[in-house]
Write a protein that binds this ligand. Structure first.
Ligand code: AMP
Ligand code: MG
Length: 489
């Protein structure tokens, strides 16, 4: 037994920024926490013993009831645009940075406890997170990691019987989440909009020094930073669109400066394809609908560019923003090239894709299962494919589409098995469907975290055939359609 948390080698970095960037605030203890789930591989990567039994006080460290000796917990200040409206002060209202540690790869990682109690930026809220939203954040961030999509990660979740109030009485949980940094677009907005240009420059220099050192030598480092963030964000959005992921609250304070998927709230993976799908019940106008996400990302990047203007040439910033569309389309094409199993992307493939989207839309065809099955079933022989065509409303039109796709495949000269293998590596069999998370939540609310663990285990290898998890790949039950998620968390 050893107190490995206490011996974590701290590498302060965010903490070294000027004091006005944050407030020093300790987590507020939670009663009777239990360790609901523990991410052993990530723990090992952070230099922690993956075996929970090897630790003393592990649950208390992960809840914020014990502090790592020498750490100075803090909450950072930021602002942002929420649903398009400027909000002049936000900040870590319930997430507390408890440690910055160098991982096995030499990368410094921030460890935050989300739901660890109030901070000066809590705005009269309780600083807590409910169990259900904590489970969703834990599972989805690890599912995204399994999918190979840039994301923050989850080290653990602890749960407490302590009551917290939302629409009704619920209980509290804490997610220990991990990322090289949780800095958001909103951090930059904060210093710009408060006229603190020195703070802005400090933050830009800090970001470049630690994450984008290649920008330091550019004629305009701030412009180089903007350009690389535009490129990373375009890639991220192409990933989201390819797996049918809707973030739900793409406010600028939820946009990572590293291009990571950040702040899992009312997100959702589409079951049946609907281009206008709105996953967040609170998003009445559909601002963050599936098909709006790329242009909202650009809108958010414009906000970032505006925040950087004190350090930037205006025309150069506008020119950089104009590259987004091409970068996104290129990344999007690369995603769908892989999903179709093709060795290259040609201009006429856009037509093939558009026709397919229209057919999927008309049939509300299950996105994940269709893509997973397309190459394996659709390329099996030269006849119409009942197992696929029955998922569409206009079956003759789908037969025609499949014929066109087979011709495209034949023209590549690649063996069908090669195409199928490529497609299998790009189309996950398992995603975090809403109803799967819901089942895990309902069990956890009874104190049983086994389903959460089982789901996590499956989703860590979403591209592998895992017959023992066949139930997770099945079409969603009817009740899944009535589930709704909102900003309440
Ligand atoms: P979100 O939309 O969940 O990313 O949250 C927006 C802002 O509200 C952030 O500044 C959060 O820290 C803050 N916030 C959300 N829920 C709470 C809560 N229960 N207590 C304190 N702050 C919160
Ligand atoms: Mg947020």
């Amino acid at each position: 037994m050893n107190d490995t948390f206490a011996r974590l080698a701290l590498t302060p970095r965010f903490q070294l920024l000027p004091e006005r960037f944050f407030a020093k605030v300790a987590p507020t203890p939670l009663a009777e926490p239990v360790l609901a789930i523990w991410n052993a591989p990530l723990a090992a990567q952070l230099g922690l013993d993956p075996d929970t039994n090897a630790h003393v006080g592990l649950t208390d460290y992960l809840t914020g009831n014990l502090l790592i000796p020498g750490s100075e917990p803090l909450a950072s200040v930021y602002c942002g645009h929420q649903f398009g409206v400027y909000v002049q002060q936000l900040g870590d209202g319930r997430a507390i940075l408890i440690a910055e540690v160098k991982d096995r790869n030499g990368i410094v990682q921030e460890i935050q406890l989300k739901g660890a109690g109030p901070t000066p930026w809590s705005r009269r809220a309780d600083g807590r997170a409910v169990l259900r939203s904590s489970i969703r954040e834990y599972l989805c961030s690890e599912a995204m990691y399994g999918l190979g999509i840039p994301t923050t990660r989850a080290l653990a979740m602890t749960a407490s019987p302590e009551a917290i109030w939302r629409e009704t009485r619920e209980t509290a949980a804490v997610v220990a989440r991990v990322a090289p940094t949780f800095v958001r677009f909103g951090h930059f907005e904060f210093y710009c909009h408060h006229g603190d240009h020195e703070g802005l420059r400090t933050l830009v220099d800090w970001t470049i020094e630690h994450f984008y050192p290649e920008c330091a030598d550019a004629a305009s480092p701030a412009l180089a930073l903007l350009e690389v963030v535009i490129a990373r964000t375009a890639t991220l959005l192409a990933h989201w669109q390819a797996v049918g992921f809707c973030h739900g609250v793409m406010n600028t304070d939820n946009m990572s400066i590293l291009g990571l998927t950040l702040d899992y709230g009312p997100f959702g993976f589409m079951d049946g394809f609907d281009a206008g799908h709105i996953c967040n019940h609170s998003d009445e106008s559909g601002r963050y609908a599936y098909n709006q996400q790329p242009q909202i990302a650009l809108w958010n990047l414009q906000t970032l560019a505006q925040a950087l203007l004190p350090l930037l040439d205006r025309e150069a910033a506008i020119a950089a923003l104009h590259t987004f569309q091409d970068l996104f389309e290129t990344a999007f094409a690369a995603q769908f090239q892989s999903k179709l199993g093709l060795p290259d992307w040609r201009d006429e493939d856009w037509g093939l894709l558009t026709t397919l989207f229209n057919l999927l839309q008309a049939g509300r065809t299950d996105w994940t299962n269709f893509w997973r099955d397309l190459a394996s079933l659709g390329l099996q022989d030269a006849h119409p494919c009942p197992a696929l065509r029955d998922r569409f409303v206009d079956r003759e039109a789908f037969d025609q589409w499949l014929t066109d796709y087979r011709e495209r495949v034949a023209a590549t000269g690649d063996a069908v098995a090669v195409i199928q293998e490529r497609a299998r590596a790009a189309n996950p069999k398992y995603i975090l469907r809403n109803h799967l998370a819901e089942i895990a939540i309902r069990k956890a609310q009874q104190g049983d975290f086994s389903e959460m663990q089982r789901l996590h285990d499956c989703l860590s290898q979403p591209f592998a055939e895992q017959p023992e998890y066949a139930d997770y790949a099945a079409a969603p039950p009817d009740w899944a359609a009535s589930l709704s998620v909102s900003c309440s968390s």
